[in-house]
Design a binder for this molecule. Structure first.
Ligand SMILES: N[C@@H](CCC(=O)N[C@@H](CS)C(=O)NCC(=O)O)C(=O)O
Length: 201
């Protein structure tokens, strides 16, 4: 048995889990999920029925992990410590992982669904402020950094980079100059190509 099973569909965020496993060089198996016929094993592991959901077949037993950002960090932690942040990188790593999983995800999803925070009170109350503030922060982050943590690729780039890559490809994030350069850098990675091979651009 492989070390990991990834519940997956190629037209979904499950690509983020696959990219993380590819970057880690992990031994994994894919369990293909059809939207109208989800496997009982997926629903047992994740009652939300969302993918990616990852099962780690460890020596101690099976562990289930859901949420893309958690999966990325978990895979680095158990299978690719070189992709974890150093002490000096931790602030950037965790800050941007959580920023992408919370404010970025919410701002992009809400805008896609046609909802924006209402006026000054809305901006002050909603955790991301506004879509424009979030995307400006994201683009500005990469003005002087090649990667999330500076000059070195870490697992945070799989998650943050996926948000950027998908956002640019589908037009849900405006094409800031710094984001374009960052995304182009990530697309050159062999693990990215191994993940996206055959996925329409
Ligand atoms: N917050 C989750 C979102 C996962 C998610 O929404 N996945 C979608 C596919 S992109 C899904 O599984 N949809 C199927 C469903 O909700 O039934 C994460 O970051 O992993």
């Amino acid at each position: 048995m492989a070390d990991f099973t990834l519940f997956f569909n190629p037209m979904s965020r499950a690509l983020i889990g696959k990219w993380a496993l590819e970057e880690a060089g992990a031994d994994y198996a894919i369990s293909l999920v059809e939207w109208d016929n989800k496997p009982a094993e997926l629903l047992a592991a994740n009652p939300l029925g969302k993918i990616p959901t990852l099962i780690h077949h460890s020596a101690e037993g099976d562990y289930a992990v859901s949420e893309c950002a958690a999966i990325c960090h978990y895979v680095a932690d158990v299978a690719a410590p070189a992709l974890l942040p150093t002490d000096a990188e931790k602030a950037d790593y965790f800050r941007m992982m959580f920023f992408a999983a919370g404010p970025v995800e919410a701002a992009v999803s809400n805008k896609a669904m046609g909802w924006v925070p209402d006026g000054e009170r809305g901006e002050m109350t909603i955790g991301y402020g506004s879509f424009e503030r979030v995307t400006a922060m994201l683009d500005g982050w990469f003005a002087e950094r090649a990667y999330v943590c500076g000059e070195r690729f870490t697992m945070a780039d799989v998650y943050v980079g996926s948000q950027v890559d998908w956002g640019l490809r589908f037009g849900s994030i405006p094409a800031g100059a710094n984001l374009e350069v960052y995304a182009a850098r990530l697309r050159e990675r062999p693990a990215y190509a191994a993940t996206m091979g055959g996925i329409p651009g």
